[in-house]
Design a protein around this ligand. Structure first.
Ligand code: SF4
Length: 655
């Protein structure tokens, strides 16, 4: 590692801004040891460690020396793209030994050549305004090497027809496809098969892990080891992929694709149209009965929603249960109508598969017979999603991943709570004997670069006057920082209330999440002098604003997960029923990790300076507050607003 990272090493010789970082070298050595000893390793590496090179170098060395493929899995597509576009090309240029790397994203990111061609003759556009956009996509499919929609930078992110021309697995007709050879998925797989290092994201990784070994085969080529970056996201993503889901969109698409089958026989077409129309009517009737899902959000499903026990002791369907049975019958009729037509059109196999899968998933969710699952419904915009998720993924991960793969490295800026990795070990099922934990020291000097402000006399966040007083504190802090701040809130309600109260009292441009896309808001924030951004969950992580533009992060409340959320409630109940104490074993460590993510937005380089303000007094008044404070980087703490200037004064003094 010294040859690579050392002061006279390969990287120092090729990168003029390279700085030797002790934490980076220690992390790289720990990872190299884990590969050599075939052990798992958890590495917490805060901002400023240089963790991507610290894992890429030992991964490449091990892949080449053992002639085995290593997977790097990221939590977000942004990081996946950064690795492929920046870090990997850099290492391919400077490392003496050649290695190959490829990336794979979920199939929905790629254009399907077959569907694009079909779309030229089918109405898939929402209006004539999209004609030019479709034409641009069509022409691009002739030129692109990858078919990855990320290349379509001039088109809007929410291209409504993309879902009807992408290469999703459930609509692919596989080897019957006339475009199978030039297909972007076929080519992506060929590149992945030849790669020493394969970069994927957690969604794709767990989609593969879920089907690996069953009749659907596998999505990824075989691999010897895996490195998870942004590993704090694993539990939720794995839980999604080990679960079951049926959505209103899914049923709508099934009907639409049935309606557009290229079938010329008038009688068959009439039967199919009838079957499809029946599904539409019954699906509408079914979804409308979920009275609790009138507003956006996630709601638990209880068994008595679908059936009840009558006086004779037999199960009877409720009105919702009857609506489900009618919908299930209509899906069954569609399968029966389509099945004998399999030779008529190549799409029919996949339609039958989709209708059968929808029936299976609906049955799984409505019967609620698996005790280890939590059943819930989510309403998001126009969509309804019925879902079943495993309450605890640790057993599944142990069995499918950690017992099967020799080395799994889990890294992130936030994996420990109060100095311990027990939380992540237990949540993910990592065997203590085979897994070491390691914290790579950051190269940032948080004591010098930042100050933590915990204002005096704030009331309990549940009290009615909290929001008013929090707004007052924010106004005072902004007067010191002249804007340049993120106000990170734990709920939309709190975000909107604080935005309204503060924006009317300050002269800085105030932005609020939801007013435009996340990327658009970040760009506006970066470009606008003295800006203040009010945001919730999606801005607590994965956001990078370097320099003076972000000099202050204000956190309204300790970020405990919403206890009524069906998954959070089910996980807590599971821990309590198994003799644990969910508040201490789940709620606190989970909130500590989220808080560390939020705080991590502030200091992004050695020259950044700034203020962290936590307005929730429980961090000082409650016993568990110590766990939060112990988990943060060592910083100077103050409750005096006058002290906040100091962090900038010392910056001026040192510059
Ligand atoms: S093989 Fe599947 S994804 Fe590829 S072009 Fe054909 S239908 Fe589309």
């Amino acid at each position: 590692m010294e040859d690579v990272f050392g002061p006279a090493g390969v990287i120092a010789r090729s990168h003029k801004n390279y700085e030797y970082r002790e934490g980076q070298v220690k992390m790289a050595n720990a990872i190299a040891d884990a590969f050599a000893q075939k052990r798992h390793l958890i590495v917490e590496a805060g901002t400023g460690t240089g963790k991507t090179l610290a894992y890429l170098i030992p991964a490449i060395a091990t892949a080449l020396s053992e002639k085995k493929r290593i997977i790097i899995s990221t939590g977000t597509k942004n990081l996946q793209e950064q690795l492929m576009e920046k870090d990997i090309p850099f290492l391919q240029k400077v490392l003496p030994k050649k290695f190959s790397a490829a990336y794979m994203k979920g199939r929905g990111n790629y254009a399907c050549l077959y569907r694009v061609q079909k779309a030229e003759h089918q109405p898939i556009l929402d209006g004539v305004g999209q004609l030019d956009q479709f034409d641009a996509v069509r022409r691009w499919t002739y030129e692109t090497q990858t078919g990855d929609r990320r290349e379509l930078v001039d088109l809007p992110e929410d291209l409504s027809f993309w879902n009807r021309i992408n290469a999703r697995g459930d609509v692919c007709i596989g080897q019957k496809c006339p475009e199978y050879e030039p297909c972007f998925i076929t080519r992506m797989r060929a590149r992945a098969d030849a790669a020493d290092i394969l970069i994927v994201n957690h969604h794709l990784f767990f989609a593969d892990l879920n089907v690996r070994g069953n009749q659907f085969g596998k999505v990824l080529p075989d691999y010897a080891a895996v490195i998870f970056d942004e590993a704090h996201l694993i539990e939720d993503i794995a839980s999604d992929y080990f679960g079951f889901q049926v959505s209103s969109f899914q049923l709508d698409e099934l009907v639409r694709d049935t309606d557009t089958l290229p079938i010329t026989d008038a009688i068959v077409t009439r039967d199919l149209t009838k079957a499809a129309a029946k599904i539409i009517a019954l699906a509408d009737h079914f979804w409308i009965k979920f009275a609790m899902a009138r507003f956006d959000g996630r709601f638990p499903l209880t068994q008595d929603l679908f059936s009840y026990r009558d006086r004779e002791g037999s199960d009877q369907p409720t009105p919702l249960g009857e609506a489900y049975l009618a919908l299930d019958g209509a899906l069954g009729s569609l399968v029966a109508t389509l099945d004998p037509l399999a030779e008529t059109a190549p799409e029919i196999d996949s339609l039958v598969r989709r209708a059968r899968q929808a029936r299976f998933d609906l049955d799984f969710v409505t019967s609620q017979s698996e005790r280890n699952y939590v059943y819930w419904i989510e309403k998001r915009g126009k969509g309804m999603f019925l879902r079943a998720s495993p309450v605890d993924v640790s057993e599944l991960l142990r069995e499918k991943l950690f017992d099967k793969v020799d080395t799994c490295i889990l890294t992130s800026a936030t994996l420990s709570s109060a100095g311990s990795f027990n939380f992540v070990r237990e949540r993910l099922g990592l065997d203590t004997a085979k897994t070491s934990g390691f914290t790579a020291p950051s190269s940032f000097d948080f004591e010098e670069q930042s100050i933590l402000y915990l204002p005096k006399a704030m009331p309990d966040p549940r009290s009615p006057e909290f929001t008013q007083l929090a707004a007052g504190e924010i106004v005072k802090i902004l007067a010191v920082t002249q804007g340049h701040a993120f106000v990170l809130c734990t709920s939309n309600q709190s975000m909107n209330a604080l935005h309204e109260l503060v924006s009317s009292r300050v002269n800085y441009p105030c932005f609020v999440q939801g007013s435009m896309s996340k990327a658009g808001l970040l760009e506006r924030f970066r470009e606008t002098p003295n800006a203040v951004l009010f945001a919730t969950s999606s801005f607590w992580q994965g956001v990078d604003v370097q320099g003076d533009q972000l000099s202050c992060v204000i956190i309204d409340k300790l970020p405990f997960a919403v206890p009524t959320d069906p998954i959070v409630a089910a996980r807590s109940r599971f821990i309590d029923e198994n003799g644990g104490k969910s508040f201490f074993e789940y709620s606190i460590p989970q909130a500590v990790i989220t808080l560390k993510q939020g705080i991590g937005r502030l200091i992004r380089s050695r020259t950044d300076r700034g203020i962290i303000a936590i307005l929730d007094p429980r961090i000082k008044t409650k016993g568990y507050g110590r766990d939060f404070l112990r988990s943060l980087p060592r910083m100077r703490i103050t409750d005096r607003i006058e002290d906040l200037e100091d962090v900038f004064v010392s910056a001026a003094g040192t510059s």
